[in-house]
Ligand binder design. Structure first.
Ligand SMILES: [Zn+2]
Ligand SMILES: [Zn+2]
Length: 180
């Protein structure tokens, strides 16, 4: 959905919609993320009256996201809800991006180019920001056995027991050498 600057010159743009998984392409796949539940977004986009060119987009977005579990590679689920209040101004082609980024006072300021802002891009960024650094299916996930590759949430492979046993046998062999 285009948040058109031209339209904002006439009126605020309000959005309030719900998309089922697959109905809205947010390109989450490229970040290893999937939409698992309905995605609800609502808010408003407007040109700030005092500047005439600065845009404010505020609202909230919520859904359930799925990723691969960092430990067991099964599915990890994250209900996410983000409220956002973002400001954008026209991209100035004469100003290098690097120079602008250094100015700390403007760190929270984004840029737009005509015809306007793409709502999907905004929602994607806001949703991905909500995901935790460590993405696990549950805090108690036991992960994958590094020896045999079994998912230890689903089966008890006994690898650690075998390893401990073989250490015992080596000790016994060593001890019997000393005795001789
Ligand atoms: Zn897991
Ligand atoms: Zn194992």
């Amino acid at each position: 959905m285009l948040l058109s600057i031209k339209e904002m010159e006439v009126r605020k743009i309000a959005f309030a919609e719900t998309w089922q998984p697959g109905e809205l392409d947010l390109d989450l796949d490229s970040a290893g993320v999937h939409q698992l539940g309905p995605l609800r977004a609502e808010g408003e986009a407007e040109l700030l009256p005092h500047s005439g060119e600065e845009v404010r987009v505020h609202g909230k977005v919520e859904t359930v996201l799925g990723t691969e579990c960092d430990r067991c590679l099964g599915q990890a689920k994250f209900p996410v809800s983000a409220a956002f209040d973002l400001f954008y101004r026209p991209a100035d082609p004469d100003v290098a991006v690097e120079e602008t980024a250094i100015d700390e006072g403007e760190a929270e300021m984004g840029f737009y180019e005509l015809p306007g802002l793409v709502l999907e891009d905004i929602l994607r960024e806001q949703l991905l920001l909500q995901l935790p650094m460590q993405r696990v299916c549950s805090d108690s996930c036991k992960g994958i056995c590094p020896v045999c590759g079994v998912n230890r949430n689903e089966a008890e492979c006994g690898c650690e027991a075998v390893r401990a046993q073989s250490t015992d046998e080596r000790w016994k062999a060593l001890q019997s050498l000393k005795v001789q």
